[in-house]
Design a protein around this ligand. Sequence first.
Ligand SMILES: [Zn+2]
Ligand SMILES: [Zn+2]
Length: 472
Amino acid sequence: MNMLFNYYLDKNSIDSWVKDFSSAAQKVIMYSFKGTNGRLLTNFYNKYKKFKEVEGIPRNKWPVSSKTSQELHKQYTAPMKASRLFYEENGIFRQTAKGKVYEKFLSEELNEDERWLLSYIFLLDATFDNKDNYILSRSNEIYEILVSNTSESFVDSALSELFTNKNLGISDKDIAFYDFLYLDTFYRDPDFLKLYYNASEKDKKELQKYVSENLEEKNRNCVICKKFISPSRSSGNYTVNELIDDLKILMFSKEFKKLKYNDFEGTIKAILKLYDNYDIDNEKILGFLIDNKNIFEPILMNVFKVEDIDDSEEDTEEEKYDSQVINVDINYSGDKPEPRIDDTTIVGKQQLRAIFAMRKKIAREKSNYTCELEMLNGCRYFTSKTTKHNYIEVHHFVPREFRNNFENSIDVLANYITLCPHCHRMIHLATDRERVNIIRYIYNQRKNRLKNCGIEVEFADLLNFYNIEDES
Ligand SMILES: [Zn+2]
Ligand SMILES: [Zn+2]
């Protein structure tokens, strides 16, 4: 009995399963930065070009759809912020320094491989799907899932098998004979993955042949075919090119993660070496990257976490921040956000780091070096060797990885919570039951201040941000 084939046929009769694995909805595709318009990594520029139309125009003057009265460009705002090609200030979007270089890149004469590589590097440090450095972290996640349900050597050979043949121009029906099609389609179905991995060659062939014939006949009763049928046929709209794009991202990211950051030039040379099998003019691409070091260096520094300008939660050493405070001419008296800093350049990064440090210092001073949860937890303090005050850590109440969910900046004092080390650990590491109490307490203290800063957040949103499933 062919268990793999039977499993596939059985599941094809379950509507919800078919829908889950064939629809063009976000969850069925591997990389969610693709959104709905142009799912290829290289097609990201379509969104960029579209969005460029409203640069510098206040949002209340944006064109709206006559049918829905919705802003036509609204769907692009999140990906454009997440990719750091644009920043928003007072409802007006402007290109960042990175955005300007991206525009230059679009006018370069490049072949397909060259365009792919540069698109990949441009988007490496983007925060899509609330994940910083999305492409690498997501690739890592997918690779882990695939390997844990099959094996490393199996996944690697599935990747290279299709990759080696990518230039042959694979037709829809031939794609059925590549293992990667099944890994890509069913990466969220561990049962399928295990069956596929353990199936004999003969059993696998039976399924592949069935899928191939269905692809040729465009049989909508077969979930893989349904996924591939073109939009005009009113179903899935996945393409072989998109499948190969997934493959390239996954394969390239796997190699990328093995690199270490040396100096800028050394690192980009190492990246180009990974790309040896592709059709690229090394001199030309190297030249473009070096000419625009101003923005590519910060991208790589973010990806390799050379310097943590994101003011991440991992760093709780107040000494590090206090010693880095340089003069920033900004009025910190209230909760008002500072003017937006373009952090896609080295200079911008330095300014931003200084501002973060300054803001944390002020948060500590304003709290009189006490923990926000004193009334709740009976905190214990010790004296910091550096500041000679209580040792206090600063927590972002609305976590920074969700910053793109908000129209206004969440980098305001109102969002900074001073905590003793015990309470800080607690808000991150305690059981949900204990964390809910703390979060509710802080929420009640802060919700009005946050609202005054234009940060409207519901308690339920916060529970989501903190990954708490059930309030009780
Ligand atoms: Zn924290
Ligand atoms: Zn405390």
